[in-house]
Design a protein around this ligand. Structure first.
Ligand code: SAM
Length: 281
Protein backbone atom coordinates (compact mmCIF):
# COMPACT_ATOMS: atom_id res chain seq x y z
CA UNK A 1 0.00 0.00 0.00
CA UNK A 2 1.24 3.48 -1.04
CA UNK A 3 -0.01 6.04 1.52
CA UNK A 4 -0.64 9.49 0.00
CA UNK A 5 -0.10 8.24 -3.52
CA UNK A 6 -2.46 6.32 -5.78
CA UNK A 7 -1.76 2.64 -6.30
CA UNK A 8 -1.41 0.90 -9.66
CA UNK A 9 -4.09 -1.03 -11.50
CA UNK A 10 -2.40 -4.02 -13.16
CA UNK A 11 -4.36 -5.81 -15.89
CA UNK A 12 -3.13 -9.38 -15.66
CA UNK A 13 -3.67 -12.10 -18.27
CA UNK A 14 -4.27 -15.61 -16.92
CA UNK A 15 -4.04 -18.94 -18.81
CA UNK A 16 -6.69 -20.05 -21.34
CA UNK A 17 -6.03 -23.69 -20.43
CA UNK A 18 -2.43 -24.56 -19.69
CA UNK A 19 -1.47 -23.29 -16.24
CA UNK A 20 2.16 -23.13 -17.37
CA UNK A 21 1.19 -20.03 -19.34
CA UNK A 22 0.88 -17.85 -16.23
CA UNK A 23 4.06 -15.79 -16.37
CA UNK A 24 6.40 -15.40 -13.38
CA UNK A 25 5.72 -11.65 -13.46
CA UNK A 26 1.97 -12.29 -13.35
CA UNK A 27 2.46 -14.51 -10.26
CA UNK A 28 4.53 -11.79 -8.59
CA UNK A 29 2.01 -9.01 -9.35
CA UNK A 30 -0.89 -11.16 -8.11
CA UNK A 31 1.01 -12.11 -4.97
CA UNK A 32 1.97 -8.55 -4.05
CA UNK A 33 -1.30 -6.77 -4.98
CA UNK A 34 -3.46 -5.44 -2.15
CA UNK A 35 -6.58 -6.86 -3.79
CA UNK A 36 -7.28 -9.00 -6.87
CA UNK A 37 -10.44 -7.95 -8.74
CA UNK A 38 -11.78 -11.11 -10.36
CA UNK A 39 -14.69 -11.89 -12.67
CA UNK A 40 -15.64 -15.01 -10.69
CA UNK A 41 -13.90 -15.21 -7.32
CA UNK A 42 -14.66 -18.92 -6.85
CA UNK A 43 -13.24 -19.81 -10.24
CA UNK A 44 -10.11 -17.69 -9.71
CA UNK A 45 -9.51 -19.01 -6.20
CA UNK A 46 -8.50 -22.42 -7.54
CA UNK A 47 -6.02 -20.86 -10.00
CA UNK A 48 -4.56 -18.70 -7.23
CA UNK A 49 -4.37 -21.64 -4.81
CA UNK A 50 -2.40 -23.59 -7.41
CA UNK A 51 0.25 -20.85 -7.31
CA UNK A 52 0.10 -20.36 -3.51
CA UNK A 53 -1.33 -16.84 -3.89
CA UNK A 54 -3.38 -15.72 -0.88
CA UNK A 55 -4.17 -12.10 -1.88
CA UNK A 56 -7.78 -11.10 -0.99
CA UNK A 57 -10.29 -11.18 -3.85
CA UNK A 58 -13.03 -8.73 -4.83
CA UNK A 59 -15.73 -9.55 -7.38
CA UNK A 60 -15.95 -7.48 -10.58
CA UNK A 61 -18.42 -8.83 -13.11
CA UNK A 62 -20.92 -7.36 -15.55
CA UNK A 63 -23.75 -7.35 -12.97
CA UNK A 64 -21.93 -5.40 -10.23
CA UNK A 65 -19.46 -3.44 -12.35
CA UNK A 66 -20.81 0.06 -11.65
CA UNK A 67 -20.76 -0.27 -7.83
CA UNK A 68 -17.56 -2.34 -7.78
CA UNK A 69 -15.70 0.20 -9.93
CA UNK A 70 -16.46 3.05 -7.50
CA UNK A 71 -15.16 1.03 -4.55
CA UNK A 72 -12.04 -0.19 -6.42
CA UNK A 73 -11.19 3.34 -7.61
CA UNK A 74 -11.49 4.58 -4.01
CA UNK A 75 -9.08 1.82 -2.90
CA UNK A 76 -6.62 2.71 -5.67
CA UNK A 77 -6.80 6.39 -4.68
CA UNK A 78 -5.97 5.48 -1.11
CA UNK A 79 -2.80 3.74 -2.29
CA UNK A 80 -3.89 0.11 -2.84
CA UNK A 81 -2.40 -1.81 -5.76
CA UNK A 82 -5.10 -3.75 -7.58
CA UNK A 83 -4.65 -6.62 -10.02
CA UNK A 84 -7.52 -7.23 -12.43
CA UNK A 85 -8.06 -10.75 -13.79
CA UNK A 86 -10.86 -12.52 -15.64
CA UNK A 87 -11.83 -16.20 -15.77
CA UNK A 88 -9.32 -16.88 -18.55
CA UNK A 89 -7.05 -14.98 -20.88
CA UNK A 90 -6.76 -11.22 -21.09
CA UNK A 91 -9.29 -9.11 -19.14
CA UNK A 92 -11.45 -6.75 -21.29
CA UNK A 93 -11.11 -9.03 -24.34
CA UNK A 94 -14.72 -10.28 -24.43
CA UNK A 95 -14.46 -10.09 -20.63
CA UNK A 96 -15.25 -7.51 -17.90
CA UNK A 97 -12.90 -4.70 -16.92
CA UNK A 98 -13.47 -1.91 -19.45
CA UNK A 99 -15.34 0.36 -17.01
CA UNK A 100 -12.67 -0.07 -14.32
CA UNK A 101 -9.77 0.67 -16.68
CA UNK A 102 -11.57 3.69 -18.13
CA UNK A 103 -12.44 5.06 -14.68
CA UNK A 104 -8.84 4.55 -13.52
CA UNK A 105 -7.53 6.43 -16.57
CA UNK A 106 -10.02 9.25 -15.98
CA UNK A 107 -8.90 9.46 -12.35
CA UNK A 108 -5.24 9.71 -13.39
CA UNK A 109 -4.39 6.32 -11.86
CA UNK A 110 -1.54 4.32 -13.43
CA UNK A 111 -2.78 1.30 -15.39
CA UNK A 112 -0.19 -1.28 -16.37
CA UNK A 113 -0.55 -4.48 -18.45
CA UNK A 114 0.85 -7.87 -17.49
CA UNK A 115 0.35 -9.54 -20.90
CA UNK A 116 -0.14 -13.22 -21.48
CA UNK A 117 -2.65 -15.62 -23.02
CA UNK A 118 -5.43 -14.42 -25.29
CA UNK A 119 -7.44 -16.98 -27.29
CA UNK A 120 -7.81 -14.65 -30.29
CA UNK A 121 -4.07 -14.06 -30.63
CA UNK A 122 -3.23 -17.70 -29.89
CA UNK A 123 -5.66 -18.80 -32.63
CA UNK A 124 -4.39 -16.27 -35.16
CA UNK A 125 -0.79 -17.21 -34.45
CA UNK A 126 -1.37 -20.83 -35.54
CA UNK A 127 -4.16 -20.46 -38.13
CA UNK A 128 -1.89 -19.97 -41.12
CA UNK A 129 -4.17 -17.26 -42.53
CA UNK A 130 -2.96 -13.71 -43.24
CA UNK A 131 -2.16 -12.09 -39.90
CA UNK A 132 -0.62 -8.78 -40.99
CA UNK A 133 -4.05 -7.17 -40.58
CA UNK A 134 -7.03 -8.71 -38.87
CA UNK A 135 -10.37 -7.86 -37.28
CA UNK A 136 -11.30 -9.10 -33.83
CA UNK A 137 -15.06 -9.58 -33.95
CA UNK A 138 -15.44 -11.26 -30.53
CA UNK A 139 -18.81 -12.95 -30.02
CA UNK A 140 -21.38 -12.61 -32.79
CA UNK A 141 -24.98 -11.87 -31.71
CA UNK A 142 -26.55 -14.96 -30.12
CA UNK A 143 -29.90 -14.55 -31.93
CA UNK A 144 -29.91 -15.97 -35.45
CA UNK A 145 -31.46 -12.95 -37.21
CA UNK A 146 -29.04 -10.46 -35.65
CA UNK A 147 -26.10 -12.79 -36.31
CA UNK A 148 -26.94 -13.02 -40.00
CA UNK A 149 -27.25 -9.24 -40.28
CA UNK A 150 -23.82 -8.83 -38.67
CA UNK A 151 -22.29 -11.47 -40.95
CA UNK A 152 -23.70 -9.73 -44.03
CA UNK A 153 -21.99 -6.54 -42.86
CA UNK A 154 -18.71 -8.46 -42.56
CA UNK A 155 -18.94 -10.46 -45.81
CA UNK A 156 -16.78 -8.04 -47.84
CA UNK A 157 -14.24 -7.38 -45.09
CA UNK A 158 -10.83 -8.00 -46.71
CA UNK A 159 -8.96 -8.60 -43.44
CA UNK A 160 -8.83 -11.93 -41.60
CA UNK A 161 -11.66 -12.23 -39.07
CA UNK A 162 -11.32 -13.68 -35.57
CA UNK A 163 -14.57 -14.81 -33.97
CA UNK A 164 -15.30 -16.28 -30.54
CA UNK A 165 -18.12 -18.78 -30.34
CA UNK A 166 -19.55 -20.98 -27.64
CA UNK A 167 -19.80 -24.71 -28.30
CA UNK A 168 -23.61 -24.76 -28.14
CA UNK A 169 -23.94 -22.26 -31.01
CA UNK A 170 -21.05 -23.44 -33.18
CA UNK A 171 -23.20 -25.49 -35.61
CA UNK A 172 -25.56 -22.58 -36.37
CA UNK A 173 -22.68 -20.10 -36.52
CA UNK A 174 -20.68 -22.16 -39.04
CA UNK A 175 -23.80 -22.73 -41.19
CA UNK A 176 -24.50 -18.96 -41.21
CA UNK A 177 -20.87 -18.22 -42.08
CA UNK A 178 -21.02 -20.66 -44.99
CA UNK A 179 -24.33 -19.23 -46.24
CA UNK A 180 -23.18 -15.61 -45.98
CA UNK A 181 -19.50 -15.79 -46.95
CA UNK A 182 -19.75 -18.70 -49.41
CA UNK A 183 -18.80 -22.37 -48.98
CA UNK A 184 -15.37 -21.84 -50.57
CA UNK A 185 -14.06 -19.24 -48.08
CA UNK A 186 -11.01 -20.60 -46.23
CA UNK A 187 -11.26 -20.80 -42.43
CA UNK A 188 -9.99 -22.56 -39.31
CA UNK A 189 -11.86 -23.86 -36.31
CA UNK A 190 -9.45 -23.92 -33.36
CA UNK A 191 -10.63 -25.74 -30.25
CA UNK A 192 -9.26 -26.19 -26.76
CA UNK A 193 -6.10 -24.19 -27.40
CA UNK A 194 -3.24 -25.04 -25.00
CA UNK A 195 -5.32 -27.92 -23.54
CA UNK A 196 -5.02 -31.70 -23.94
CA UNK A 197 -7.58 -31.91 -26.75
CA UNK A 198 -6.31 -28.96 -28.79
CA UNK A 199 -7.38 -29.25 -32.44
CA UNK A 200 -7.35 -27.17 -35.59
CA UNK A 201 -9.84 -27.96 -38.33
CA UNK A 202 -8.64 -26.14 -41.43
CA UNK A 203 -10.85 -26.21 -44.50
CA UNK A 204 -13.32 -24.23 -46.59
CA UNK A 205 -16.37 -22.97 -44.66
CA UNK A 206 -18.63 -25.51 -46.42
CA UNK A 207 -16.56 -28.38 -45.09
CA UNK A 208 -16.20 -26.91 -41.59
CA UNK A 209 -19.98 -26.40 -41.37
CA UNK A 210 -20.54 -30.01 -42.41
CA UNK A 211 -17.93 -31.41 -39.99
CA UNK A 212 -19.30 -29.59 -36.93
CA UNK A 213 -22.83 -30.67 -37.86
CA UNK A 214 -21.98 -34.38 -38.11
CA UNK A 215 -19.08 -34.82 -35.69
CA UNK A 216 -19.90 -34.16 -32.00
CA UNK A 217 -16.15 -34.03 -31.18
CA UNK A 218 -15.87 -30.82 -33.22
CA UNK A 219 -18.44 -29.19 -30.93
CA UNK A 220 -16.65 -29.87 -27.65
CA UNK A 221 -14.90 -27.31 -25.51
CA UNK A 222 -13.99 -23.72 -26.30
CA UNK A 223 -13.38 -22.53 -29.82
CA UNK A 224 -12.23 -19.68 -31.99
CA UNK A 225 -13.03 -19.28 -35.68
CA UNK A 226 -10.47 -17.60 -37.91
CA UNK A 227 -11.88 -16.76 -41.34
CA UNK A 228 -9.95 -15.54 -44.38
CA UNK A 229 -10.89 -12.06 -45.54
CA UNK A 230 -12.93 -11.42 -48.68
CA UNK A 231 -10.76 -11.82 -51.77
CA UNK A 232 -8.17 -14.03 -50.09
CA UNK A 233 -9.37 -17.20 -51.82
CA UNK A 234 -9.37 -15.42 -55.19
CA UNK A 235 -5.76 -14.37 -54.56
CA UNK A 236 -4.79 -17.92 -53.59
CA UNK A 237 -6.40 -19.35 -56.75
CA UNK A 238 -4.68 -16.77 -58.91
CA UNK A 239 -1.28 -17.54 -57.40
CA UNK A 240 -1.84 -21.26 -57.94
CA UNK A 241 -3.11 -20.65 -61.49
CA UNK A 242 0.00 -18.65 -62.34
CA UNK A 243 2.25 -21.34 -60.92
CA UNK A 244 0.53 -24.10 -62.93
CA UNK A 245 0.42 -21.96 -66.05
CA UNK A 246 4.17 -21.30 -65.86
CA UNK A 247 4.83 -25.05 -65.61
CA UNK A 248 2.50 -25.97 -68.49
CA UNK A 249 3.95 -23.24 -70.72
CA UNK A 250 7.20 -25.23 -70.77
CA UNK A 251 5.40 -27.76 -72.98
CA UNK A 252 2.22 -26.16 -74.33
CA UNK A 253 1.02 -23.17 -76.34
CA UNK A 254 -0.20 -20.21 -74.21
CA UNK A 255 -3.92 -20.70 -74.90
CA UNK A 256 -3.82 -24.40 -74.12
CA UNK A 257 -1.66 -23.90 -71.00
CA UNK A 258 -4.06 -21.21 -69.74
CA UNK A 259 -7.10 -23.40 -70.35
CA UNK A 260 -5.60 -26.30 -68.39
CA UNK A 261 -4.17 -24.10 -65.62
CA UNK A 262 -7.58 -22.45 -65.17
CA UNK A 263 -9.29 -25.84 -64.96
CA UNK A 264 -6.73 -27.14 -62.42
CA UNK A 265 -6.56 -24.05 -60.19
CA UNK A 266 -10.02 -22.53 -60.52
CA UNK A 267 -8.49 -19.16 -61.48
CA UNK A 268 -10.19 -17.36 -64.41
CA UNK A 269 -8.45 -18.28 -67.71
CA UNK A 270 -8.19 -14.65 -68.81
CA UNK A 271 -6.16 -13.70 -65.75
CA UNK A 272 -3.57 -16.35 -66.68
CA UNK A 273 -3.22 -16.06 -70.45
CA UNK A 274 -1.71 -12.69 -71.26
CA UNK A 275 -2.58 -11.55 -67.72
CA UNK A 276 -0.24 -9.50 -65.57
CA UNK A 277 2.49 -11.58 -64.01
CA UNK A 278 2.50 -14.25 -66.72
CA UNK A 279 5.44 -14.78 -68.99
CA UNK A 280 3.20 -13.97 -72.01
CA UNK A 281 2.69 -10.44 -70.78
N1 SAM B 1 -10.55 -12.98 -22.30
C1 SAM B 1 -10.44 -14.20 -23.06
C2 SAM B 1 -9.25 -14.10 -24.01
O1 SAM B 1 -8.33 -13.32 -23.76
O2 SAM B 1 -9.21 -14.83 -24.98
C3 SAM B 1 -11.72 -14.54 -23.77
C4 SAM B 1 -12.89 -14.72 -22.85
S1 SAM B 1 -14.38 -15.11 -23.67
C5 SAM B 1 -15.53 -14.96 -22.37
C6 SAM B 1 -14.31 -16.85 -23.84
C7 SAM B 1 -14.15 -17.29 -25.29
O3 SAM B 1 -12.78 -17.26 -25.65
C8 SAM B 1 -14.59 -18.73 -25.55
O4 SAM B 1 -15.98 -18.81 -25.80
C9 SAM B 1 -13.79 -19.09 -26.77
O5 SAM B 1 -14.38 -18.55 -27.93
C10 SAM B 1 -12.48 -18.36 -26.49
N2 SAM B 1 -11.53 -19.23 -25.78
C11 SAM B 1 -11.13 -19.12 -24.50
N3 SAM B 1 -10.23 -20.09 -24.20
C12 SAM B 1 -10.08 -20.83 -25.32
C13 SAM B 1 -9.29 -21.98 -25.65
N4 SAM B 1 -8.49 -22.55 -24.76
N5 SAM B 1 -9.38 -22.47 -26.91
C14 SAM B 1 -10.18 -21.89 -27.82
N6 SAM B 1 -10.94 -20.82 -27.56
C15 SAM B 1 -10.89 -20.29 -26.33
Amino acid sequence: MNAGKSGVLSVVATPIGNLGDLSPRAVEVLRTATVIAAEDTRHSRSLLQHFGITTPLAALHEHNERAAVASLIAKLQSGADIALISDAGTPLISDPGFRLVRAAREAGIAVSPVPGACAAIAALSVAGLPSDRFVFEGFLPAKAAARRVRLRELANEPRTLVIYESSHRIVECCADLRDTFGAQREARLLRELTKVHETCLGAALGEIAERVAIDPEQRLGECVLVVAGHGEEADAKLAEGRRVYALLREELAPAQAAKLAAAISGAPRKTLYGGRGTRDE
